[in-house]
Design a protein. Sequence first.
Length: 103
Amino acid sequence: MFVARVTGSLVATQKVAAMVGWKLLIVEPYRLEPTERTSLMSTGRTFVAVDTLGAGVDDLVLITQGSSARATPETKSMPIDTIVVGIVDKVHVESHCVYSREE
């Protein structure tokens, strides 16, 4: 699993039948800033993820990729590689809170 920020959405009116009705999000994986280790920063990569939870722009989410993305009951027959599996409330590293959804 990876932590990622939702940066946008994608609309595809033509897609395979198994994907009809599912929201597609643009997500950027994040990593711990290596020097101070008190904040998260973008990895510079971007993915399209299927959203089954109702995440929105600027939410920090958990994503999974590859065959794990097809391991949920909702996605087992979908030709996908990335899925949102959680919406993050807080991230603590060592003694620091590096992300809080409330702030």
